[in-house]
Structures are given as structure tokens and as C-alpha cells.
Design a protein around this ligand. Structure first.
Ligand code: GLC
Length: 435
């Protein structure tokens, strides 16, 4: 076995990070798929722990595990149609059931019903041109050593080997994998106990371009704020559910009223975009692997919208931060060079007028992002004024209208002023605040 110091390992991964992360920094949107035995219970992916099922009771679910033909293809097709650039599948959640033909974990989908769901997923990702993410839990409610490993050195050695063997299978047998998405480093709290440096170093040899998230008790390549959007200085990806109830399947009819709308998905996507991060949005297939219709109905308009307004989010963006809103009803994202701004309008003005304050330079052009149709505007002081806009919301897909505002050079900008009257008569010709 090869060993490496944490220092050397982190130097090594830092050196290749920009190259490995390049696609992720432009992708912006991914779909998370939580599928496992827990779907059958309909009480979320934590059922086994929350409801205190014994190992033997819970194992019975494997007998009824019967994903319908082609379900993984449906997940990936939906991800693609939603505008996502990548997908992440829970290959083995905390319940310990592997969704592939594992030689080290007989508690798996192949032994249950002759299906290698990971294979099907990976194939479908390739068919739909999605980057491939494999989620892998460190916490395990099935393996006999998974909890003993906290205090028993022999159990720990066995369990760490088990974890490494599982991930070695995933990173050896399925071709190129883009993300290794760890979860829950319980019961040990630090990377030394998990031996994460050495394991990750060995796993990286199998897939040198892979990116790894921050949940193996090490920062690795990117942060994963969960259930909230939090821009950090590092690369990051917010993961969230549609219903904000749970990650695993819950009765569609009763959970649907909790789900966020297509519009709200776009709002989350905007916040991630302007904070320089990604959104990994979860879908929770039903026991047979089918996607609840309600989920499809919310995601498809997002994809349709992104197909014509994608420039507002995909690609390298400037970290404008939420504070750079154009006005309360319109938010901003901007290309890296700050010459092109995108205005995401949440609430359309019925009086045909939109005003964006704080720009000290005049745009050369403003247009509807979806159609390219130009919009008349005038500049008054440090205000850009759009008048004679249509009375009806132009975007018919989600009601979020995106405008594109182009400048010759990155505009000087004063943002909004806390004391507008303070600026009366001020000469801004020398600028006030640069981006
Ligand atoms: C959590 C949960 C888990 C879920 C994950 C997604 O840590 O334990 O159930 O899969 O977050 O980020």
C-alpha cells in the first residue's frame, strides 16, 4: 500500500484542481438522485435509523426491490431535459445496500433482482451527455464493523478496507467517473481515523481527473452546503430537495404541496450562479424507480427555460453576490469579463418600466435573452431606464424574463445607494466604485 502525507496530498490535488474542476465551474446545475430500498417505505432515506428497523427486518426490503426497466435512463433523460449538466446517484446510501453488482457487498441490487443500477445509470449519463457523479456513504447501517470501527482498531481496519474496496469497484468497473460524492463521515470525526488522505490518493489513481467533495472529513475539491445556499471562497455546490422534506421518496400527492415551483428553482439557480457555485437538485424516484409526475412537471419548464436563457447561468461567471441585485424584482448575474450582464426578472412591471440604478456607464445594448429582440432604454444620471416594455410578462415558460445587458467595457458601478439624496449633483465622471 502506498502512503502519502496530508501536506503532499493537498499540494498534489491543488496543483491539478483548476484543470479538474474546469467543467464543474461552468456546469452550474446537477441532478441528485436518491434511490434505494428506503423508497419502498416512503418515509425518507433515514427510515432505517429513524424507525429503528433491525438489520434483519430492513433486509426484507431487498426481496421486493424491483426497479422497472429503463428507470435510470428516465432519470438521466429528465436531468438532461431539465438543463442539468451532471447527475449524482446514491450508489449506496446509509442503509448499506449497493446498487451494483458488488463482489465485496453481497447486499446489493444484482443479488436482489439481477440489476446493476450503477451500470444502467452510467450508461444513461453517457447517452445523455451528462457528467457522472457517484455518491458513496461512509456511514453504514448494515456492515457489522461500521459502528465498532470508532473504538475497535481491528473493526476499523476491516471497515476501511470495505469502504475502499467498494469505491475501488465503482471507480474501476464503469469507465470514466467525474465526481466521487462522499457523505456522512460517522462514526469517526476526522480524516486521520478515516485514513481519507491515503484512500483518496489511491482512489484518485484510478480516475486522475476525478473531483471529490468535502465529506470524507477533508476539504478536497469543493464544499457542499446542504439545504441552504452559501457562497464560500472555495468551489461549492448547494444540494437541496424539491420538497424540503427528505431526500428519499415520500408519497407524491402529499409531498407535492411542499415542493418549490419552477420559478423558485430558477431563483435558487440564480443565487448559486451569482455566488459562483452550483445547484445539485434532488429527485426521489418511487419504489419502482419511476419519477413522480409532479417532479417532472416542475423540472421540465426549468429545462425549457434554460435552453433559451442558459447564458444567464452556464459558464464562468463573475461572483456578483446577491447584494448586487438590480432592483428588488430583478437579480443580476454577469459573465466573467463583466461586459455582459443578465437580468433575471422575477416580477414583471405592469407599468412597462424597469429602472436599474447605480450604473455609471451606459450599456451599448439591452435585449431579451430568449429572443435577442432589442429593448429601448435611456440613461439618466446613473440610472438605466427601460420604458415601453410589454404589459404582459414576456416569458411564457416560467414567468421569469431574462434580459441581456451588454457594455463596451466593464461598467463602473455604485450599486444602490443607502442615501440616494447624498448623490444629488455629484459628478461621477471619474467613477465612484469599480467592480
Ligand atoms: C445528509 C443525509 C442524507 C442525504 C445527504 C444529501 O447528510 O444524511 O440522507 O443523502 O445529506 O446531501
Amino acid at each position: 500500500m502506498e502512503y502519502i502525507s496530508r501536506y503532499d496530498y493537498e499540494q498534489m490535488t491543488a496543483e491539478t484542481r483548476d484543470e479538474r474542476m474546469a467543467w464543474f465551474r461552468e456546469a452550474r446545475f446537477g441532478i441528485f438522485i436518491h434511490y434505494g430500498l428506503y423508497a419502498q417505505l416512503g418515509t425518507g432515506e433515514w427510515s432505517q435509523a429513524n424507525e429503528n428497523y433491525t438489520r434483519e427486518e430492513y433486509e426484507q426490503l431487498a426481496k421486493d426491490f424491483s426497479p422497472k426497466e429503463g428507470c435510470a435512463r428516465e432519470w438521466c433523460e429528465l436531468a438532461k431535459k431539465s438543463g442539468a449538466k451532471y447527475a449524482v446517484l446514491t450508489t449506496r446510501h446509509h442503509e448499506g445496500f449497493s446498487l451494483w453488482d458488488s463482489k465485496v457487498n453481497p447486499y446489493n441490487s444484482y443479488n436482489a433482482c439481477g440489476r446493476d443500477i450503477v451500470r444502467e445509470f452510467v450508461d444513461a449519463c453517457r447517452e445523455f451527455d451528462l457528467k457522472i457523479g457517484l455518491y458513496t456513504s461512509l456511514m453504514d447501517w448494515h456492515h457489522p464493523d461500521s459502528w465498532k470501527c470508532a473504538n475497535d482498531p481491528e473493526a476499523r481496519a476491516r471497515f476501511l478496507k470495505y469502504i475502499e474496496d467498494l469505491n475501488t469497484e465503482l471507480l474501476t468497473n464503469y469507465g470514466k467517473i467525474d465526481i466521487l460524492w462522499y457523505d456522512v463521515s460517522c462514526p469517526m470525526g476526522n480524516c486521520e481515523s478515516w485514513d481519507s488522505v491515503n484512500r483518496n490518493a489511491r482512489l484518485r489513481k484510478l480516475q486522475p481527473h476525478i473531483i471529490i467533495n468535502n465529506r470524507s472529513a477533508m476539504p478536497e475539491d469543493f464544499d457542499t452546503p446542504e439545504g441552504h445556499i452559501h457562497a464560500s471562497d472555495r468551489d461549492w455546490e448547494t444540494c437541496n430537495t424539491l420538497t424540503r422534506l427528505g431526500w428519499g421518496y415520500i408519497d407524491e400527492e402529499q409531498s407535492a404541496p411542499f415542493a418549490i415551483s419552477s420559478k423558485q428553482i430558477l431563483r435558487d439557480l440564480h443565487l448559486c450562479t451569482c455566488g459562483g457555485g452550483n445547484l445539485l437538485l434532488n429527485i426521489a424516484p418511487a419504489p419502482d424507480g419511476s419519477i413522480p409526475k409532479d417532479t417532472v412537471d416542475r423540472l421540465l419548464p426549468v429545462g425549457e427555460w434554460l435552453q433559451i436563457n442558459g447564458d444567464a447561468t452556464y459558464g464562468q461567471k463573475f461572483r456578483t453576490g446577491p447584494v448586487y441585485s438590480a432592483n428588488t424584482l430583478t437579480a443580476v448575474s454577469a459573465d466573467k469579463d463583466l461586459k455582459t450582464f443578465y437580468l433575471w426578472n422575477w416580477v414583471w412591471p405592469k407599468n412597462g418600466k424597469l429602472i436599474f440604478g447605480g450604473y455609471l456607464d451606459s450599456p451599448k445594448k439591452i435585449s431579451f435573452l430568449a429572443t435577442g429582440e432589442e429593448i429601448k432604454f435611456r440613461v439618466d444620471g446613473h440610472r438605466i431606464i427601460l420604458e415601453d416594455l410589454p404589459a404582459e410578462v414576456p416569458d411564457k415558460i416560467t414567468g421569469v424574463t431574462a434580459l441581456k445587458m451588454e457594455f463596451e467595457n466593464a461598467p463602473r458601478h455604485i450599486f444602490r445607494s443607502y442615501y440616494p439624496q447624498m448623490h444629488q449633483g455629484t459628478d461621477f465622471s471619474e467613477g465612484y466604485h469599480k467592480w
